[in-house]
Ligand binder design. Structure first.
Ligand SMILES: Nc1ncnc2c1ncn2[C@@H]1O[C@H](COP(=O)(O)OP(=O)(O)OP(=O)(O)O)[C@@H](O)[C@H]1O
Ligand SMILES: [Mg+2]
Length: 293
């Protein structure tokens, strides 16, 4: 099984590389987004990849993008090798790539939470709030929140993202666009959560990114509802009060905690069994999501 860590498509100009994606210019308004097999944890990218991870992520995001009807998405083509036949000369690239419309990305991460976990848990214990949203008392760790909540964060150019209040969110994107983002984010999360329940999987939370097109209309961009941007939990072993088994980089995070890594670069090497277990999880969630009709 191949692991693609770096890409070099000679026919296109590489614009930049994110932690996971390599972005190429196709034309003024079109980008090729290549999801590599790189993996990051605590915002540090590892020197090993997870075999096929980019292809699995693409399968998950593409499935969900195809279900979106209430908002325009950035997708131009799920099969960019048809528009760009030279991609066939790059093994592994077509299944990791999509052709998208370049948008003016809004500098916010639009997070929706249906369960109480992760960065907001400490805050909730102290103040009964999650990112400033007041919640009923008595919700246990990993417990369901009565109604999904919208907890946007600021998108830092480099490094960690910063929590912002709802007011700061609306000040950043404007009232009209902000209202639309909040509504769409809550709807997309709730629909996906309900669909995944049928499969015995809990979609605990997720993060969306949006941009504006040339007319100023709101567009859904980046990846959606993937295990890199969401928490998917195994329903059968889920119980409140403990860290749930999940379909993402949990093996990597647990391993890093077990060796007491200080979360500063350079990243430590990942043992082969951690890599394989993580790969299998990503494959499983891709298969489950694709089994939704
Ligand atoms: N259609 C689009 N128009 C403009 N920018 C986009 C579009 N789709 C995705 N992006 C941006 O492209 C980048 C994708 O790369 P990747 O996911 O590797 O980034 P990342 O390391 O997560 O970076 P970031 O911290 O910016 O999220 C992200 O910065 C994302 O916001
Ligand atoms: Mg990203």
């Amino acid at each position: 099984m191949t692991t693609i860590l770096k890409t070099d498509i000679k026919e296109l100009k590489k614009l930049f590389s994110g932690k996971v994606r390599d972005i190429y210019e196709v034309s003024k308004n079109q980008w090729l987004l290549v999801t590599t097999d790189r993996i990051s944890a605590f915002d540090v990218v590892f020197s090993e990849g997870i075999p096929m991870k980019g292809a699995y992520l693409n399968r998950v995001a593409n499935h969900w993008f195809k279900t979106v009807t209430t908002i325009k998405t950035h997708i131009i083509s799920y099969t960019p090798e048809l528009e760009l036949p030279f991609l066939k000369n790059y093994p592994g690239i077509p299944e990791r790539s999509i052709l998208v419309q370049k948008m003016n990305r809004l500098p916010v991460e639009c997070i929706v939470r249906g369960y109480l976990f992760g960065s907001v848990w400490d805050e909730y214990q102290k103040h009964s709030t999650a990112s400033g949203v007041l919640l009923p008392t008595g919700i246990p760790l990993a417990g369901e929140i009565p109604e999904p909540i919208f907890t946007p964060s600021g998108k830092a150019e480099a490094g960690h993202d910063i929590n912002i209040t709802e007011k700061e969110f609306f000040d950043t994107v404007g009232h009209e666009i902000g209202t639309q983002i909040k509504k769409v984010s809550l709807e997309l999360y709730t629909q996906a959560r309900n669909r995944m329940k049928e499969k015995g999987v809990i979609l605990a939370d997720t993060k969306f990114e949006f941009g504006l097109d040339e007319n100023g209309s709101l567009v859904l961009v980046d990846e959606i509802l993937t295990p890199d941007s969401s928490r998917y939990w195994v329903g059968s072993s889920y119980s409140v009060g403990k860290s749930p088994e999940s379909f993402d980089k949990q093996f990597v995070r647990d391993y890093l905690l077990s060796i007491n890594w200080n979360k500063q670069p350079p990243a430590p090497p990942l043992p082969p069994d951690i890599i394989e277990n993580t790969r299998a999880k990503y494959e499983q969630i891709a298969t489950i999501v694709e089994s939704l009709v």
